[in-house]
Design a protein around this ligand. Structure first.
Ligand code: GNR
Ligand code: NI
Length: 172
């Protein structure tokens, strides 16, 4: 397993639309998911899309376990949203690709999703609460969309400028 660098804004790779995984979930893909999970835990974060480590494939990892609870890794290959509630809910979001920036984003409160898990088993289920928020945030990454894209241009530009400056300072 390996920790890989996480891309930050304004890296153009983050704007790419990720490609579906064709065929079954292979050992090679499982090794990628293992690296993603290790990278996410190290960050630390609660979710990570493959494109955030520069691999534009439709793969997500997540762990929503609270401090003190045992790890609960989740893996999503080719996830699809089958249904989203009319009801919306606001949540304070952050993103490892836009570090240290947080803002409230409104999204559907509940969604129904279909995906393949670590074994390649197809799963269909409903998500709500933080699970629904995180899944929608990660699935946006697969479309090249970041949570700051929902903010005003002023807030988005200021966020990108802050991250650029922090990244530049860290390199000196
Ligand atoms: O670690 C993360 N926390 C988080 C908090 C609220 C809403 C979404 C997230 S996802 C984020 C990790 C990340 O950037 N995933 O793409
Ligand atoms: Ni993110």
């Amino acid at each position: 397993m390996a920790i890989r660098p996480i891309l930050t804004v304004p890296d153009p790779v983050l704007k790419q639309v990720s490609k579906p995984v064709e065929g079954p979930v292979t050992d090679e893909l499982r090794r990628l998911m293992d690296d993603m999970l290790e990278t996410m835990y190290d960050a630390p974060g609660i979710g990570l899309a493959a494109v955030q480590i520069g691999v534009p494939l439709r793969i997500i990892v997540m762990d929503l376990a609270k401090k003190g609870e045992p790890p609960a890794p989740r893996y999503f290959v080719n996830p699809e949203i089958l249904w989203a509630s009319e009801e919306k809910k606001g949540w304070e979001e952050g993103c490892l690709s836009v570090p240290e920036i947080y803002d409230e984003i409104e999204r559907p409160a509940r969604i129904r999703v279909r995906y393949m898990d670590y074994d390649g088993t197809t799963i269909e289920e409903e998500a709500e609460g933080l699970y629904a928020v995180c899944l929608q945030h990660e699935m946006d990454h697969l479309e090249g969309t970041l949570f700051i894209d929902y903010l005003s241009r002023l807030k988005r530009d200021s966020a990108i400028r802050k991250v650029k400056k922090a990244t530049r300072d860290a390199a000196l």
